[in-house]
Design a protein around this ligand. Structure first.
Ligand code: FMN
Length: 338
């Protein structure tokens, strides 16, 4: 039996999670987010099971233990391949394996994955059953409320019932449909209207399941309201990425009822410096880390100067920790003297 030392489970942390976001929630982003909240559950970008299993792209699974709890999101629709990918994810130490049934990209070279699977709950159930059998850690699902001309109030309960029947007890539901034709992935995150009421109704129908609401939540107050209305968790994507200081720094206190981390935003920047130095020593570029930190001071005096200095300098060949400290100085210099 393989030992999974890093897996501490993710049921409690799922009360607040940062959504999986391709090209955004990479390991550098998650390391940074973890310094802002010790409790929130963090998701990887989607990794497709063909890339892992057929392509052998195991480097996609690398992460720092400090990021835990981290959930690995998989994309795919072949039960055997997803099972193997889930096994690899568990072996790599992830706290949870999540299946993507929400991305609006339909057929790609690597096969079917994402929201199109809302049309095939039986296949999703088979995939989940295979993943659960292959992996000792929890398997969860992220889905939409429906796609195209489906009637969400019909298909969503049927979908959840089927997939829960395969052994999944935790779902994150993006509270809008995806239109598989005619809308870009970006439009599919804004154009189809949100239907929070329907997601809340699912909690009433399936009280034993752990259900998280996703889509359009932009403040911790809104997250608290959804929890108070009965949801088990809230998943936040874009707002957590663009205003990580506002969403994540208060999360331990507001969402988890713990003491807030005794850290200012600048302390977090300073805590990132050794990670940044290691990354650069290993051949990485400053901008690969700092691009996720541009919104840290959003709404604070001088934030524009922080962002501008990093945007203009982080790609330079001699950029390093000193560039980050300079960006803080620029921000201070732009603040009014009281
Ligand atoms: C840049 C970007 C990339 C995304 N990539 C994924 C992904 O890989 N897997 C997934 O399930 N959802 C993905 N999403 C959707 C988010 O997880 C989330 O469901 C969506 O943004 C709605 O939540 P929000 O309104 O809080 O941002 C992505 C969203 C964005 C903005």
């Amino acid at each position: 039996m393989t030992d999974y030392p890093l897996n501490k489970g993710a049921y409690q942390p799922a009360r607040l999670s940062v959504a999986p976001m391709m090209d955004w929630t990479d390991r550098h982003c998650r390391y940074f987010h973890r310094l802002l909240s010790s409790r929130a559950l963090l998701y990887t970008e989607m990794v497709t099971s063909p890339a892992l299993v057929r392509g052998g792209a195991l480097h996609l699974l690398r992460f720092s233990p400090e990021e835990q709890p981290v959930a690995l999101q998989l994309g795919g629709s072949d039960p055997a391949e997803l099972a193997e990918a889930a096994r690899l994810g568990a072996e790599a130490g992830y706290a949870e394996i999540n299946l993507n049934v929400g991305c609006p990209s339909d057929r790609v070279q690597s096969g079917t994955f994402g929201a199109v699977l809302m049309r095939d709950p039986k296949l999703v159930a088979e995939c989940c059953a295979a993943m659960i059998k292959a992996s000792p850690i929890e398997v969860t699902v992220k889905c939409r409320i429906g796609v195209d001309d489906q009637e969400p109030s019909d298909v969503l309960p049927e979908f959840i019932a089927r997939v829960a029947g395969a052994g999944v007890s935790r779902f994150s539901i993006h509270a809008r449909k995806a239109w598989l034709q005619g809308l870009s992935p970006k439009e599919n995150r804004d154009v189809p209207p949100l239907d929070y009421d329907l997601v809340h109704q699912m909690k009433g129908l399936f009280p034993a399941l752990h259900l998280s609401l996703n889509g359009g939540v932009t403040t911790l107050d809104e997250a608290v309201a959804a929890l108070e209305r009965g949801m088990d968790g809230v998943m936040i994507g874009r707002a957590a990425y663009h205003q990580p200081g506002d969403i994540l720094m208060d999360a331990d206190r507001v969402i988890f009822g713990e003491a807030a981390l005794d850290r200012t935003r600048e302390d977090v920047v300073r805590a990132m410096l050794s990670y940044i130095e290691q990354h650069i020593d290993g051949g990485g570029k400053l901008g690969q880390v700092t691009r996720h930190m541009l919104g840290l001071f959003a709404g604070q005096p001088g934030a524009r100067h922080w962002k501008r200095h990093l945007s203009e300098n982080a790609h330079k060949s001699d950029a390093g920790a000193h560039t980050v400290l300079d960006a803080i100085d620029k921000m201070h210099a732009a603040r009014p003297v009281l």
